[in-house]
Design a protein around this ligand. Structure first.
Ligand code: TYD
Length: 204
């Protein structure tokens, strides 16, 4: 069985994390071997750097420092978790991945999506997700399930709206692998919507 690398992306409080857990359960019920992981994180090193990235004052580091740190731990995550799972024929579901760097550091912080794509190619190479589901919702209409507010969620509504816009730009740049999904609806409705997308795009 071929492995599939599927990323869940989108703004803050859109319900990605809840859905990723539910979709992992649905896929396991269908008999698939699923690895659920996240960024920043997914490895011991990544979880440590996650704390550095998410905690503390908004201006504690430059956007480029963020971009490089997210990318550095992505290299570690891809080589020690994601690629081995795919080689073993598993389905990898990842809560955020490089498109958040494109949308947030590239677009919202203004480093340029094109520069973030170059950085990705230099660090990771040709490896890309098979499918990226972008949870699309207006920043002011998100489900409001922000529990612990992290550094990024403290950057203000304008910045969060730019992030949402950044994901729409990403969807235009990578139409072959990205699905911009309306994420308004009840939890089971959205799970169904995602399962339908997986079936339509990857036959799973
Ligand atoms: P998390 O609590 O996982 O947020 P969410 O539940 O919204 O996914 O925190 C991850 C934060 O890190 C999130 O606010 C977005 C930010 N981030 C970036 O800015 N760039 C990146 O490349 C990644 C992976 C995350």
């Amino acid at each position: 069985m071929p492995g599939y690398f599927i990323t869940f992306e989108g703004g803050e409080g859109v319900g990605k994390t809840t859905q990723l857990k539910l979709v992992a359960e649905e896929l396991r019920k269908k008999g698939y071997d699923v690895v659920a992981t996240r960024e920043p994180g997914g490895t011991i090193l990544g979880e440590k750097v996650r704390d550095i990235l998410l905690k503390g004052s908004v201006d504690k580091m430059e956007p480029m420092t963020e971009a490089l740190l997210f990318t550095a731990i992505r290299v570690n995550h891809v080589s020690s978790v994601i690629k081995p799972a795919l080689e073993a024929g598993k389905i990898v579901l990842c809560d955020r991945y490089a498109d958040t760097t494109n949308a947030y550091q590239g677009f919202a912080h203004g480093l340029g999506i094109d520069n973030m794509i170059k950085l990705y190619k230099f660090a990771i190479g040709d490896f890309e997700p098979n499918l990226t589901i972008i949870f699309d919702i207006e920043a002011d209409k998100s489900h409001g399930i922000l529990t612990e507010i992290n550094r990024f969620e403290s950057m203000g509504n304008d910045w969060l709206s730019k992030g949402v816009q950044g994901f729409r730009e990403v969807a235009k740049l990578f139409p072959e692998r990205c699905v911009l999904m309306n994420s308004v609806g009840t939890v089971p409705t959205i799970t169904n919507r995602i399962m339908n997308i997986l079936n339509e795009k990857l036959g799973i």
